[in-house]
Design a protein around this ligand. Structure first.
Ligand SMILES: [Zn+2]
Length: 51
């Protein structure tokens, strides 16, 4: 999971070692502190290529 702010450079990602719940919590805290809109991006599921 990857979350990012639409209004500043803030971002949080499970790639940084956070769990999904921690990323969500960070995003909520950023919104509460700044009033900024935080959007989330989920990587699409892997595509299975069939021959
Ligand atoms: Zn922000």
């Amino acid at each position: 999971m990857y979350k990012y702010c639409l209004e500043c450079e803030w971002q949080a990602s499970t790639d940084s070692g956070y769990s999904e719940s921690e990323v969500s919590k960070e995003a909520i805290e950023h919104f509460v502190e700044t009033g900024h809109t935080v959007d989330s991006l989920r990587l699409p599921p892997p595509v299975i290529i069939e021959n």
